[in-house]
Design a protein around this ligand. Structure first.
Ligand code: ACO
Length: 328
């Protein structure tokens, strides 16, 4: 017999900046078109943070919504995990600023697993709560990618958006909770998606700035292939290991990277299109924030209901990927 779940998502929240940047707007910046972007990615528009907004602002707004939804006070939290590749600054962790902004006092740290960061965070929170059932853990996926995208590179700048999503986890309730998580990394593709400058290999310098090495560089096709292959296998594995069949999954909440990736993965796994949730047209690829934003929107608009089984899967830079299945 399978172990009952240890942890459960008690509440979710999200935050999207006000400013909308459409495909038409981008077509005035680089040589692209609305048609190309929609056909190749499914994206029509994305949100861009205001100049005075930083990553911890977005994260804190999402966190407050999640805490309200969960009925948990910030002072009750045992841990804050902020999954991001666009921190407020290299040191300290963005999570420490979130801790201050929401009025918490618990341990707080950042997690770097790119687009898979929220799924990684769920898995860590689940294991933490398994060891301490009284713990309440806040997991945030947040990105301010507009600050690290090269707005002169049409192959990347059309893809990304800013936003934050969050979930508060606590002890499971009967069969409601996280039924399984699976995490993977293939470092052989470590340079297929990167911000090469500003770290220990190439510290910040005039040369780094001139080469635009402080901006995102990507081999799109390699990432695409890795995403289709690995998201399919991780999703199948997490469902099987949870003792479920694909037919028992009510909703698929995939990372919103590219509508074609989502379609290829879910078609291969034989999920009907009406089970697969998507908001990529409106928000683009928000990396680690993508799953919790979509999850929260779908809970708030009544699509995902209590007791239903939700499959989440994400892959990003690293390449790192993972999947989680939860009975809500
Ligand atoms: N507008 C117009 N033309 C463009 C644009 C653009 N924005 N970008 C690239 N092109 C051109 C290319 O230059 C190329 O022209 P060429 O044939 O004359 O050389 C042509 O379009 C086709 O380029 P491809 O790279 O083959 O296009 P592809 O169909 O692979 O789509 C894309 C590119 C959308 C980036 C795709 O590879 C992709 O989505 N990859 C996954 C990347 C991703 O999602 N990264 C996000 C982070 S990781 C993650 O979240 C999974």
């Amino acid at each position: 017999m399978r172990r009952p779940p240890a942890s459960r998502i008690l509440g979710t929240g999200h935050y999207l900046p006000q400013m909308v940047r459409t495909n038409q707007d981008i077509s005035k910046m680089v040589d692209t078109s609305d048609e190309w972007i929609r056909e190749r990615t499914g994206i029509s528009e994305r949100r861009v943070a205001a100049p005075d907004e930083c990553t911890s602002d977005l994260a804190s707004a999402a966190a407050k919504n999640a805490l309200d939804a969960a009925g948990v006070k910030a002072s009750e939290l045992s841990m804050i995990i902020v999954a991001t590749v666009t921190p407020d600054m290299p040191m300290p962790a963005t999570a420490v600023f979130v801790q201050q902004k929401i009025g918490a006092t618990c341990a707080a740290f950042d997690l770097s697993a790119a687009c898979a960061g929220f799924v990684y965070g769920l898995s860590i929170a689940d294991k933490f709560i398994a060891g301490d059932p009284n713990a309440k853990v806040l997991v945030i996926g947040v990105e301010l990618l507009s600050r690290v995208v090269n707005w002169e590179d049409r192959t990347t700048c059309v893809l990304f958006g800013d936003g934050a999503g969050a979930a508060v986890l606590g002890a499971a309730e009967g069969d409601r909770g996280l039924l399984g998580t699976e995490l993977f990394t293939d470092g052989s593709l470590g340079r297929a998606l990167m911000i090469p400058g500003g770290g220990s290999i190439s510290p910040a310098s005039v040369g780094v700035l001139e080469a635009r090495d402080h901006k995102v560089k990507m081999e799109g096709r390699a990432i695409f292939k890795a995403a289709v292959k690995n998201l399919y296998s991780a999703s199948q594995r997490v469902v099987t290991n949870a003792g479920l069949k694909n037919e028992e999954v009510d909703w698929v909440v995939p990372h919103q990277a590219n509508q074609r990736i989502i379609h290829q993965v879910t078609t291969k796994a034989k999920y009907s299109d009406d089970k697969v949730l998507s908001n990529i047209a409106r928000v683009g690829n928000t990396s680690s924030a993508s799953i919790p934003i979509l999850l929260d929107e779908s809970i708030r608009n009544g699509t995902i209901k209590e007791g239903q089984v939700v499959l989440m899967c994400a892959l990003g830079a690293g390449v790192s990927w993972g999947a989680a299945v939860s009975r809500m």
